[in-house]
Design a protein around this ligand. Structure first.
Ligand SMILES: C[S@@+](CC[C@H](N)C(=O)[O-])C[C@H]1O[C@@H](n2cnc3c(N)ncnc32)[C@H](O)[C@@H]1O
Length: 248
């Protein structure tokens, strides 16, 4: 019996969100280090909506201060690589950090839960320093399965989330107000980000791979949109806070 990854490779469902996210964070970290101000002693980074895992932990040796925030308290000891954790709502608590605190911010599979995404992006932009990068992953409601899911009544959505999510703690209500390539790109620009790039990845089979039936439903969804980039299930978005022009 082939493994899930072997099946996905056979159908050409690559790259993975993990590899693309890693590449985006590599670029963000390299840019932050290359443009660091005098006296720089290592990166200050934020994971906004950190849950219980962060792709930024791969960069721990280059990070001086690693902050995680979430609307829920993390279980004690679950994120030992963080220097600080705070309960913060990204959409509303703009005073949570002083302006220009962070070199890089990650917000992974969170935007679909944000009730006020433009406000959230503006807060993240304010907390980043000029030249700092925001990296986002989120779901794409242009995928027919995601659209169908978002069309379900809330009670049914909650029940189906329990089937596909690893634990009940991962099953947060999905709002999806900003979840298509065009809307999220415009929202990032509206919040002041420049060099905004939106790419898409087929990720349903991997995301729903907890059981074989949900894996195969996800695989069907991935195959359906493999050749339709604007409809693939998952968006990777990056944007930079503008740097002051020389002489201004
Ligand atoms: C699907 S989980 C993703 C967790 C983690 N980023 C990851 O990639 O595994 C979404 C997380 O976003 C958090 N979240 C949702 N809305 C938020 C908000 N307005 N401010 C901060 N965190 C939020 C949730 O509590 C949850 O931990």
């Amino acid at each position: 019996m082939p493994t899930r990854e072997e099946i996905l490779a056979r159908f050409g469902i690559l790259p993975t969100v993990a590899t693309e996210l890693r590449a985006a964070l590599d670029a963000a970290v390299a840019h932050a280090e290359a443009t660091a101000p005098k006296g720089f002693e290592g990166l200050t980074v934020l994971d906004a909506g950190c849950g219980r895992s962060s792709a930024l932990q791969a960069f721990r040796s280059r990070i001086r201060r690693f902050v995680g925030i979430d609307i829920h308290q993390t279980p004690p000891g679950s994120m030992p690589y963080l220097d600080e954790f705070a309960v913060v709502d990204v959409c509303s608590q703009s005073a949570a950090f002083p302006s220009g605190t962070f070199d890089v911010a990650l917000s992974s599979f969170t935007v679909e839960h944000f009730t006020k995404p433009v406000e959230a992006f503006a807060n993240l932009g304010r907390w980043l320093r000029p030249g700092g990068t925001l990296v986002i992953t989120t779901v794409n409601r242009r995928h027919p399965f995601v659209a169908a899911y978002l069309g379900l009544p809330m009670g049914l959505r909650r029940r189906s989330q329990r089937l596909i999510k690893a634990t009940a703690a991962d099953a947060h209500p999905i709002v999806g107000v900003c979840n298509d390539p065009k809307t999220i790109g415009s929202a990032m620009q509206k919040a002041g980000f420049v060099d905004v790039k939106v790419t898409s990845i087929s990720h349903l089979a991997r995301a729903w791979g907890k059981t074989w039936p949900t894996f195969f439903i996800g695989l069907a969804g991935d195959l359906m949109t493999l050749k339709l980039p604007s409809r693939r299930s998952t968006l990777l978005v990056t944007g930079r806070v503008p740097e002051p022009q020389a002489g201004t």
